[in-house]
Design a protein. Structure first.
Length: 325
């Protein structure tokens, strides 16, 4: 498939020449875009002559509902940066593994503000809640760390992450996507469970995919920012101890097992509680809390004293013993 001995020799020579370039010029090549430096022309020529690398010849790699263009220029740059990081042997091993399997290890990530944690919390469905600083390195993570979207007050403090393994396609067109689960909504539900247990308002900052850097032309990043109360919640994030937090785990597990209308009603109430914890002035919080109460204690029925029914059901729920209920 590929002459690994010849590739290693060319890679060693190309890396040595590349390292002679000024560091600022080297960094410009890390996005896998732009004009290929002449120091890497021999490496590109080798790739073009190798039949097994045709899948990188201006093809679109499809992952979930997004695609990215892969080409020989980008592959040559990835080989150099990967070799600098882990050495030529591991780099060639990563490339040949990918060419054989097309397996992509990647991460679904949702960054948040308003809450800080010191240690990882394992939730249901392989979702982990982690400090933002421990996320896999990527260009998009670096942008968020600089306050790219919201300034220094909008820095994320934690994140939800899930590792995935997927066999991708390389195709000529970019408009054919793979169907994937609605993972962003799933992650939002996990945040709402944290809100209920920890009584803290949490804002979603941004969500994206990051391909592991062992994958050719990774890490590949897609992101989109959400502006919901980010600045306010970032000013004074609540520090939460997630060590042995069984209640949060159990709450998230039980919520994920719910189905249909019951889950929808609870999601509305939890979302409004989170909004109330973020809102200023208090009158806005009161409105959110009323909607949350209505969602929990109301039923799909017509007629009668609507407010009285909600008050009666809330009182029964809050009563500490049978007499008070």
């Amino acid at each position: 498939m590929i002459n690994t001995k010849e590739l290693k020799s060319i890679l060693i020579q190309s890396k040595a020449k590349f390292l002679e370039i000024p560091e600022d010029k080297q960094r410009e090549q890390s996005y896998w875009t732009g004009e290929l430096p002449p120091q890497l022309s021999a490496l590109k020529n080798f790739l073009e002559k190798t039949p097994g690398t045709k899948l990188f010849n201006n093809k679109y790699r499809v992952l979930e509902n997004s695609s990215s263009l892969v080409n020989y220029d980008g592959l040559a740059k990835w080989l150099i940066f990967r070799a600098i990081k882990v050495g030529e042997d591991k780099t060639i091993k990563d490339l040949t593994h990918y060419m054989k399997t097309r397996e992509v290890k990647y991460y679904q990530i949702l960054s948040v503000s308003g809450i800080k944690i010191k240690s990882e919390l394992q939730l249901s469905n392989d979702i982990r809640f982690v400090p933002f600083s421990t996320l896999p390195d990527s260009e998009y993570k670096k942008l968020l760390e600089t306050g790219y979207h919201f300034g220094r007050l909008g820095l994320p403090s934690a994140a939800l992450i899930r590792e995935k393994l997927f066999v991708v396609k390389h195709q000529s067109k970019s408009d054919s996507f793979n169907q994937s689960e609605n993972w962003r909504e799933e992650f939002q539900d996990a945040l709402l469970c944290l809100t209920v247990v920890e009584h803290v308002g949490i804002s979603s900052v941004s969500s994206w995919l990051t391909i592991d850097d062992s994958v050719p032309l990774g890490p590949y990043n897609l992101g989109g920012a959400s502006l919901s109360n980010v600045v306010f919640s970032s000013i004074s994030p609540k520090i939460v101890d997630t060590t042995n937090n069984k209640l949060t785990k159990d709450t998230h597990r039980e919520f994920t097992e719910l189905k249909g209308k019951d889950k929808d009603k609870l999601r509305v109430a939890m979302s409004r509680l989170n909004s109330a914890l973020l809102q200023h002035p208090n009158v806005n919080s009161a409105i959110d809390l009323r909607v949350a109460a209505e969602s929990i204690f109301s039923q799909e029925e017509q007629g009668g004293e609507y407010t009285f029914k909600i008050r009666n059901r809330a009182a029964r729920f809050l009563g500490k013993n049978l007499g008070l209920k």
